[in-house]
Design a protein around this ligand. Sequence first.
Ligand SMILES: O=P(O)(O)OC[C@H]1O[C@](O)(COP(=O)(O)O)[C@@H](O)[C@@H]1O
Ligand SMILES: [Mg+2]
Ligand SMILES: [Mg+2]
Length: 331
Amino acid sequence: MAIELEDLGLSPELADVMQRLAAVGAQVARIISRNGVERDLAAGVGTNAGGDGQKALDVIADDLFRTALETSAVAYYASEEQDEVVSLGAGTLALAIDPLDGSSNIDVNVSIGTIFSIFPAAEGANESFLRQGTEQIAGGYIIYGPQCALVCSFGRGVQHWVLDLETGSFRRVADIKLLPQDTSEYAINASNYRHWPAPIRAFVDDLVAGAEGPRGRNFNMRWIASLVAETHRILMRGGVFLYPGDERKGYEHGRLRHVYECAPIAFLITQVGGGATDGCEEILTALPDKLHARTPFVFGCAAKVARVAAYHDLPGEETSALFNNRGLFRS
Ligand SMILES: O=P(O)(O)OC[C@H]1O[C@](O)(COP(=O)(O)O)[C@@H](O)[C@@H]1O
Ligand SMILES: [Mg+2]
Ligand SMILES: [Mg+2]
């Protein structure tokens, strides 16, 4: 047994898929722990469908997860590292995966992860994934950090397991609680400030202004550049994450992928009372138009996510960088 699933009421097919994901997760954690001993897992090896450079570990993780699911109930396997959906055979489930999230952190020994999303299989390969995130029957991630953990929702709260290195299996710990409301952390790659749309700049300007600004309090910023690690922090202690669309070529819809990054994270976050939007609209009810579609992504504490949306409703002149008295938004 790779993971404790008792009392969750999962179908035998879904439970088997979870066992396989957990077994590969434990294997990937071991491989990561030996980075540099026999091979360099951060070595560049190619380019994926989205034009992103692939690291050795991206490809290793994709191969391991795909192979492990070949004889399971997963009929369709959609991966960041595969151009098209891979048909694995007859089955009732469809699984989308970012096999290795946060690849820019492999060489610096910072937390990285795997993100997965499971749907009932639909009529065809693409149809199984180009649908609303509300139809997911499971969404979660594995975080490879100082501690390896698996976090997943089956639509009834958010469950949490920790990899027990003594036994090699994931042990269930306390469920994730409702998101804390009153935290002061936000996460955004601030080096893109000059490329952001005006409402995002205005929102961040007001945070940076701190106690002297319109919000009247200080905030703290974190940017790990691993979506899984940012999600884990927000699930543990709240806050808000933003990866908006921006003016850079190829970043019109941000950087993150709707199907195998944003939808499963949105599924988790909403299960603990949080919000997840593209800045304005809900992620879970939006329809991706292609497998590797990108979407702007804002998630975390529901009130903070709603506040970001409110900045998009401000008149243009009020979002100008010089406007420092957006009285409507004082808290
Ligand atoms: O380098 P940037 O632009 O800050 O982007 C960081 C984001 O890119 C990602 O690394 C994209 O995921 P991949 O590593 O799976 O491509 C996210 O984990 C992270 O939030
Ligand atoms: Mg990713
Ligand atoms: Mg990836």
